[in-house]
Design a protein around this ligand. Structure first.
Ligand SMILES: *Cc1c(COP(=O)(O)O)cnc(C)c1O
Length: 352
């Protein structure tokens, strides 16, 4: 079998949830959208079901998948519905929709609900992507409050720059939010992972933890007590020794200076390893530091072997415990979120 393995440490996931909940206080949603950031939504949700106050997903289909797998906790749909007819599924599966546009509001009010629905009403407090402007928020809130179908309302907003702890924008967004909800009823929810860890004033009734739940710091130094949930590893399955001055791989992007042992690892960009991070990117090989040489191909990448490394059969950590996915992402000009979401073709091994 191809040796590319994504080990998912569910105990780390539980530890991270408990750590974040303690820091945030109140109630905390475990964000498991996008297949739990690539970790496997159903497995992660089952592992958290007895701990969490609820889950958050992006789409109705993601919420329904969890319900059909037997998950009974509250499930928030972070983008709400994409067409009015989906409120029938929201109703049938007891999902909690976000309402962030006028048409979502009007079609929710017009829907013939079978049971009362909990609504998360989203404000655009400055990010300018989604939500009601502060001056339109109270009328939307009022309309929901008057509906006999609405069980309760959570007032929510989302930060644009919470992962820059010293940036004033987060405080400005909080002020816009607080001013607009000052006279309104309902619980409040502001903080994503970075908000929870960097901005104590953003910790309200409900937090929404995504990336930190998977053990990744949303900014350097955010929290020393997070444990990476995914460890992506593979093995060296071929080895050759090259003389000085020989090229390696596509584009001859690496040329040996000395006699060099080159190991070929079963992992490439079709598995989600970023081609752009390539040459020089750190890995561990048999637990010792190593690095990628040459370009990452679709199905393989090449590493430099030294005396600490066995060669064929050597275990290679691509990210996880010793190699941080954030560093690999940074070298590729992107963020850990994208790399985690992109892992495919690996064997997922769930460890309790
Ligand atoms: C994805 C998402 C989150 C989680 O964000 P992290 O940065 O991963 O913690 C929180 N809130 C909303 C609205 C989201 O879409």
């Amino acid at each position: 079998m191809r040796p590319l393995v994504a080990a998912i440490r569910l105990a780390h996931l539980r530890h991270n949830y408990e750590t974040l909940k303690t820091i945030h206080g109140g109630r905390l949603l475990a964000v498991v959208k996008a297949n739990a950031y690539g970790h496997g939504a159903v497995r992660c949700a089952r592992a958290l079901a007895d701990l969490t106050d609820g889950f958050a997903v992006a789409t109705p289909a993601e919420g329904i998948e969890l319900r059909q797998a037997g998950i009974e906790n509250p499930i928030v749909l972070l983008e709400g519905v994409f067409e009015a007819a989906e409120y029938a599924e929201v109703d049938a599966y007891r999902l909690w929709p976000v309402v962030q546009t006028q048409w979502q509001l009007e079609s929710l009010l017009a829907h013939p609900w079978q049971r009362p629905v909990s609504v998360w009403l989203k404000m655009d407090s400055g990010m300018h992507r989604a939500g009601f402007f502060p001056h339109n928020f109270a009328p939307a809130h009022q309309a929901l409050l008057q509906s006999p179908h609405v069980a309760d309302i959570v007032n929510m907003s989302h930060f644009a720059r919470a992962d820059e702890p010293d940036h004033p924008m987060t405080a400005q967004q909080m002020q816009a939010f607080d001013t607009a909800v000052a006279d309104l009823s309902g619980a409040c929810s502001l903080a994503n992972s970075a908000g929870i860890l960097a901005h104590p004033a953003a910790r309200r009734d409900w937090g929404r933890a995504g990336i930190a739940l998977y053990g990744i710091e949303p900014f350097p130094g955010a929290c020393a007590d997070l444990r990476p949930v995914m460890r992506l590893s593979s093995r060296v399955f071929a080895e050759r020794t090259l003389q000085p001055g020989e090229p390696v791989g596509y584009g001859a992007a690496f040329v040996t200076e000395h006699s060099t042992r080159v190991g070929v690892v079963a992992c490439g960009y079709a598995d989600g390893y970023p081609r752009a991070s390539g040459n020089g990117c750190p890995v561990t090989i048999d637990g010792h530091a190593g690095r990628i040489i040459g370009r990452v191909s679709m199905d393989m990448l090449t590493v430099q072997l030294d005396d600490h490394h066995q060669g064929v059969g050597s275990e290679v950590e691509l990210w996880g415990d010793r190699v941080s996915v954030a560093e690999v992402a940074e070298r590729a000009g992107t963020i850990a979120y994208e790399l985690l979401c992109n892992v495919k073709r690996a064997t997922f091994v769930y460890q309790e």
